[in-house]
Design a protein around this ligand. Structure first.
Ligand SMILES: [Zn+2]
Length: 492
């Protein structure tokens, strides 16, 4: 008895000593990733959303609970191997609580509210005469000052056609011409009306708006043209207020602090749903990779994980992080991987990058093609958290399995839940991510230096210009990018 207990004790000592010095290899990280654990995390995130009104959006209790979930691992459970900090900041939280348009015959019509819609007076809203305005489908309707020549909208609700130019521009001119509100009608019939954003920058500059179906407006316009005086009511109850939110950053104690390999995913969802593919998938992948790397030693480069806040509000958390890095701190980040939506139910395997990505693309590509997947390539389009890293010239790649049909028809909807996952593709992508960080944790061969001198990548204006150009190209190509991701909502 005694002998066997001793034997057991020394065996335990031996194995824990061996573990303490167990060197990290890409193969070990890959082997540690498994479907059951990924499912466990996504199940937990799904439950967090369910328990908090169906969302994990920034500014809501569901987001706070998501932060706590990550901290429970990074800080509480892995505190011996990981250094973790929370980076707080504030941003405008926006939510339309109620929107209503009542037509000339007292009928309530289908209506959509854009993001950052200002409130009307309450509880009655605005009741006023309707004023129709000219349509210009080439340059956009009522977006140029000249299009408003001779129009007096004082005290009116103005009917304007949607499309081509930014909704906010239409509202700015309508306000200048004295309008109380705008009834925007969609370019195409039906109630499939996408939600544009008026953008947080315009808070305080706009008048309230409701977006109604084309056919409803067509009826009203016909009656106005026939000389009828029609009035309608627009009611918007909305909040826009600064709320505190938090990035979570956690890095291995192991590794050279001057040579950091970073992985990022956004921790928030949209208000409309639990965000399990977008981006519970990236969030859980990072948690599982962290749970693996923290078991090992003997890797020369530090591994850092970032869970970004308020991505869906316009990449706010990741920009907050990158813009607060000193040049010296930015220099230390040798590579950034972005994992945003890596488990779409009908996945494509799209690697996005820019010219400074070096070996990063092939690290992911080689792993996925070896597994028999066909890989697609895309240029960065500024719609996810890589943008701030690209701006700093840090070598960066992203992996993405597609949003909207045919890849993920629950994108940004309530049905982006635990059933909205392709597990086979997800496990593979997480293993590819683990493999890639495992390689770079040992060697930076093939990784270029941060681009600090290339003029077309310096400065936010230049990068934004580049992103706009990419977005315009995507739009011309008629791609799904219109229903965009990250900077998720179109301004048009
Ligand atoms: Zn996302």
């Amino acid at each position: 008895m005694r002998f066997s207990r001793l034997a057991a004790t020394s065996a335990a000592l031996f194995s824990s000593a061996a573990l303490a010095n167990d060197p990290l290899t890409p193969a070990k990280l890959v082997a540690d990733i498994n479907e059951v654990e990924l499912q466990r995390v996504l199940w937990a995130l799904n439950k967090i959303a369910k328990d908090n009104g169906g969302t994990r959006a920034f500014g809501t209790p569901g987001y706070k609970a998501s932060v706590d979930y990550v901290l429970e691992r990074a800080q509480t459970r892995f505190g011996r191997e990981m250094d973790t900090f929370v980076q707080p900041f504030t941003f405008v939280y926006d939510e339309t609580l109620e929107i209503k348009v009542t037509g000339p015959d007292g009928e309530d019509v289908f209506v959509v509210s854009p993001q950052y819609n200002p409130a009307t007076p309450l509880p009655g809203g605005i009741t006023a005469s309707l004023l129709n305005t000219p349509v210009d489908d080439t340059t956009g309707s009522m977006c140029l000052e000249s299009q408003w020549d001779g129009i007096d909208a004082t005290g009116k609700l103005v009917l304007i056609k949607r499309g081509v130019c930014a909704v906010a521009d239409k509202l700015i001119f309508a306000k200048a011409k004295g309008a109380l509100g705008v009834i925007l009608y969609n370019q195409t019939p039906g109630t499939e009306i996408t939600t544009p954003t008026l953008s947080a920058d315009n808070i305080g500059k706009l008048i309230p708006v409701g977006i109604i179906p084309l056919e409803v407006a067509t009826g009203w316009i016909g009656r106005l043209a026939a000389g009828e005086d029609l009035s309608a009511t627009l009611l918007v109850d909305a909040i826009a207020e600064e709320r505190e939110t938090w990035n979570v950053i956690s890095e291995t104690k192991e590794g050279d602090p001057n040579k950091v390999i970073m992985l990022g995913a956004h921790l928030d969802s949209v208000l409309e749903g639990p965000g399990i593919n977008d981006d519970g998938s990236g969030t859980a992948a990072l948690l599982e990779i962290m749970g693996s790397v923290k078991k090992y030693k003997g890797f020369p480069h530090k591994i850092r994980f970032g869970w970004w806040a308020a991505e869906e509000a316009g990449l706010v958390g990741s920009y907050h992080y990158t813009q607060n890095l000193t040049p010296a701190e930015a220099d230390k980040i040798k590579f950034y991987f972005n994992y945003d939506m890596i488990a779409s139910p009908n996945p494509k395997y799209e690697i996005s990058s820019y010219e400074n990505s070096g070996i990063g693309v092939s690290l992911l590509e080689d792993y996925l093609t070896a597994a028999g997947k066909e890989v697609e390539y895309a240029e960065f389009d500024g719609r996810s958290d890589y943008a701030g890293f690209v701006e700093l010239g840090i070598p960066t790649v992203g992996l993405f399995t597609g949003d909207g049909a045919p890849w993920d028809s629950c994108y940004h909807k309530a049905c982006d839940d635990i059933d909205n996952i392709n597990w086979e593709g997800y496990v593979l992508n997480t293993k590819a991510a683990a493999n890639a960080v495992g390689i770079l944790a040992h060697s930076l061969e093939g990784v270029p230096d941060r681009l600090v001198t290339t003029p077309n990548l310096r400065g936010r204006d230049k990068i934004n210009y580049q992103f706009k150009r990419w977005a315009a190209l995507a739009q011309e190509a008629g791609s799904h990018s219109l229903c965009s991701h990250g900077k998720k909502k179109s301004t048009v």
